[in-house]
Design a protein around this ligand. Structure first.
Ligand SMILES: Cc1ncc(C[n+]2csc(CCOP(=O)(O)OP(=O)(O)O)c2C)c(N)n1
Ligand code: SF4
Length: 324
């Protein structure tokens, strides 16, 4: 039986793939850097969901964490510091058919990119946003970030930082139109992968804060949590906990992710670290759907729009001149 060209192309994009199909390059991160665990989790997700590499885009700003697109054998855009979210929104707006992921650091997203963060939540475009939160500027070699704990000594605060840290979860949960908020930690890879997968499946902007270790500039910062499983609070709702994990992480709580008040309460807990899906609302509309209303943004449409705009300034031969 012969297949048409379209059928052949569809068959290619639906082929089962291996992890290696999504891997490229050798990550330049330090040994023990939590970014490695995040990279593995997204590569697993791409394989499990059989995402076609040519239909998948990883967008980032600037920072160690923002190097992630280099190691994905998909499309990618290593952007400008703080601008990962508007870049990703632009991609999604013109190509809503693509799977768009964002990797952004705590400096990139919560400091220089803070205005974009708030408005991206409000626009609720269908993006999977991974906040790699190591509580420090890594790439530029140790300056405080908005999530650095009070008293953090760094190159910009040699006597210790003066301000209490910003909580990215409570701020996110305070923004109009927020539709998905979760938290993961890099040292429980099974749950990290499951939470990122749930975020990917959510239609709308899914915001996942990942507590990420930076052994270079925050050495041992999370050791007390890693070494004492009781200091992790597992939120029981849609996550499946393997028997082995359930035995280790016994501090568990049933949580109704449809309640924003309960989500805000949990988001403000810092010790133990809550892990799981805090909030989900599937009813919030996505900006790209409101704007496109089913009309794809084709190159032809863009060309016609541009020509119509330029025609406004064209002086046609024989046309009456401006009134004197
Ligand atoms: C406009 C601009 N300002 C400042 C910088 C310098 N800079 C590069 S990365 C960075 C902070 C990175 O920290 P974070 O986002 O937390 O990422 P990490 O390296 O920790 O993963 C800064 C300030 C820049 N590249 N561009
Ligand atoms: S400096 Fe920190 S965040 Fe950057 S690669 Fe090294 S461990 Fe990772």
């Amino acid at each position: 039986m012969s297949l048409s060209l379209t059928e052949c192309l569809l068959a290619t994009t639906q082929e089962p793939r291996e992890l290696a199909d999504y891997q490229t390059g050798v990550p330049r991160w330090c040994n023990g850097c939590g970014d490695n665990a995040i990279l593995s989790a997204v590569q697993r997700l791409c394989r499990d969901e059989k995402l076609a590499p040519e239909k998948t885009v990883f967008v980032s700003g600037i920072g160690c964490s923002s190097r992630l697109p280099h190691y994905m054998n998909t499309y990618g855009f290593h952007g400008l510091h703080g601008r990962a979210l508007p870049l990703a929104e632009g991609v999604k707006m013109s190509r809503p058919d693509l799977h768009v992921f964002v990797s952004t650091g705590d400096g990139d997203c919560l400091s220089i990119g803070a205005a974009h963060w708030i408005h991206a939540l409000r626009y609720n475009m269908d993006l999977t946003v991974l906040l790699h939160d190591n509580r420090i500027y890594g790439l530029t070699k140790k300056q405080v970030s908005p999530t650095s704990p009070l008293g953090t000594k760094s190159n910009t605060t040699p006597k210790g930082s003066y301000l209490a840290p910003l909580n990215p979860l409570t701020v996110t949960l305070g923004v109009q139109n927020v539709s998905f908020v979760a938290q993961a930690v890099d040292w429980i890879p099974e749950l990290l992968a499951e939470i990122i997968a749930a975020a990917y499946r959510h239609k709308g902007l899914s915001f996942v804060r990942i507590v990420q270790r930076c052994p270079e500039f925050q050495p041992g910062a999370f050791d007390p949590f890693v070494l004492d499983p009781k200091r992790t609070l597992i939120l029981r709702n849609e996550l499946t906990l393997s028997a082995a994990l359930a035995k280790v992480y016994t501090n568990q709580r049933e949580h109704d992710a449809s309640s924003i008040d309960r989500a805000r309460e949990i988001a403000s807990i810092e010790d133990p670290i809550p892990v799981g899906i805090l909030f989900r609302d599937e009813t919030v509309p996505c900006y790209e759907d409101l704007r496109h209303a089913g009309q794809p943004h084709t190159p032809e449409l863009v060309r016609r729009g541009l020509e119509a705009e330029l025609d406004k300034f064209t002086v046609w031969p024989g046309a009456p001149g401006p009134a004197a």
